[in-house]
Design a protein. Structure first.
Length: 331
């Protein structure tokens, strides 16, 4: 997710209290992560990442991660001060994934325990720039995808089960779209030689369980969510003229796109992330922007009825300090 910032005004009385900074050890009883971020600092006519990776928790408190690398290391050992490192937050906000020095680790936010990824997943392949790395966590943080963005697109991605330590390989030329809620299925896309888009679903062993070349309306819109059945997806469409958001479902099994249902959200609420919760309910994260091309400074979490599009806000909060980069749970 790119760094989205802006001016937003929400009724957030619950967050009016002063934010305090605590160490990871003090965060053992803290709430889950709302978002993770890096501070932005001016440098000439641009901004660069600075400070430390920071977690803003449900309570409004912040946790600074002293051990998380902020700037990626190049293969020659130098550090790119104008780039940020990969970071991921589990969908439930209880696990984060980042580079600790040159090692990929996961941290339990509540307990503070830090664990390196198993085997070859812990370190980058020789000669790969740390900026050429992307990761994603499942809903409960028990499964992680390590995606290498090498220029040649030859390095396979890794699908790592942190409970068993088992690592499976995935094709190199794929785009990660997200996990099913139970973490047993992974949805990806790829561009075909015929200039179409194929969706594929992998299981925990790296085997394809479903695949299909999808209609353009599915391929050209996001975010996308995958249900536990491993074939049903949902996606958000925003009209080019009306800007009104609509929800569709699409079945990889039947190749059927459902009729649109309207989402009752503001035109300034940009859809950031979508995930299934149950057969009929989704979670939608949005970022609120004022003005055309403005910056997002607040986010909201909503439940969505997949059949009717009815939404209910379950959490909302400001994105403070105009960060250089920030990540919501599930990103």
């Amino acid at each position: 997710m790119s760094s989205l910032r802006g001016l937003a005004v929400l009724a957030l009385a619950a967050l009016a209290a002063t934010t305090v900074t605590v160490s990871p050890a003090e965060a053992r009883t803290a709430d889950p992560v709302r978002y993770a971020w890096i501070k932005s600092c001016p440098k000439g006519d641009r901004t660069v990442p600075c400070g430390k990776w920071t977690l803003t928790l449900r309570s409004g408190r912040t946790v600074k991660l002293d051990d998380a690398r902020v700037n990626p290391r190049r293969p020659d050992g130098t550090v790119d001060k104008e780039a940020g490192t990969a970071f991921a937050v589990s969908g439930d906000g209880r696990v984060v994934n980042y580079l600790r020095g040159d090692t990929l680790v996961v941290r339990d936010v509540a307990g503070g325990k830090v664990t390196p990824l198993p085997g070859r997943a812990a370190t980058l392949p020789k000669g790969l720039d740390q900026a050429s790395l992307d990761t994603a966590l499942s809903e409960d943080g028990s499964v992680v995808v390590v995606d290498y963005l090498d220029d040649s697109e030859h390095l396979p991605s890794l699908l790592v089960d942190l409970r068993s330590g088992k690592t499976a390989t995935l094709p190199s030329r794929i785009n990660l779209l997200g996990f099913s809620p139970d973490g047993r299925h992974l949805l990806v896309s790829r561009h075909t030689d015929d200039s179409t888009t194929e969706f594929a679903v992998f299981d925990g062993d790296g085997r394809v369980t479903a695949s299909r070349v999808v209609p353009q309306i599915v391929a050209n819109n996001s975010p996308v969510a995958l249900a536990n059945d491993g074939t049903t997806t949902a996606f958000v469409v925003t009209g080019a003229l009306t800007k009104k958001a609509r929800l569709h479902t699409y079945s990889l099994a039947t190749d059927r796109v459902s009729a649109a249902v309207p989402l009752g959200i503001s035109v300034n609420d940009g859809a950031q992330r979508l995930s299934w919760d149950s057969a009929d309910t989704l979670t939608l994260w949005t970022g609120f922007t004022e003005g055309h091309g403005g910056q997002v400074t607040s986010a909201a979490k909503r439940t969505v009825n997949a059949r009717t599009g009815a939404v209910r806000v379950v959490d909302s909060f400001p994105i403070r300090n105009a960060p250089w980069s920030w990540w919501l749970p599930g990103e």
